[in-house]
Design a protein around this ligand. Structure first.
Ligand SMILES: [Zn+2]
Length: 135
């Protein structure tokens, strides 16, 4: 089984998912673990949660130059997840000219093998939601 590329990916019997933190005091949701709420500074009321697997594109750019071994162009996007958190990642399976503000997307997990490597790693991408028909 491939290793997650980032520590916010966890697995259970249903497969991989993204983890975050919810502040019970102010209801704000963050990506990944937190020691304190960045919104209200509360430290005692944080709980881990499984992040939403769908959201909408807030902003994006097309990347034409990247690190050696990273295929370009690709779309780098910040997505507002349906639970209120915000996550940056690659938007895949769509023509860059077809991306729009507020585009519905879902989180998909993929195994990728970096150039020059032999072992795959597990990562996430955003893909257009099925109901938009933008595949
Ligand atoms: Zn808070």
């Amino acid at each position: 089984m491939s290793e997650p590329l980032v520590p916010i990916i966890e697995r259970d019997d249903s497969g991989p998912y993204l983890v975050g933190t919810r502040c019970r005091a102010c209801e704000h949701v963050f990506v990944g673990p937190r020691e304190a709420c960045a919104r209200c500074t509360e430290r005692e009321s944080l709980e881990s949660l499984r992040l939403a697997d769908s959201g909408r594109v807030y902003v994006w750019t097309v990347v034409h130059r990247s690190f050696p071994g990273v295929a370009t162009p690709f779309i780098d996007a910040i997505v507002d997840l349906d639970d209120g958190s915000h996550l940056k990642g690659t938007l895949a399976d769509i023509d860059p000219d077809a991306v729009t503000f507020d585009l519905p997307v879902r989180v998909e997990f993929r195994e990728e093998i970096p150039a020059g490597e032999t072992l795959p790693y597990l990562t996430y991408v955003f893909v257009p939601s099925k109901e938009t028909g933008d595949e």
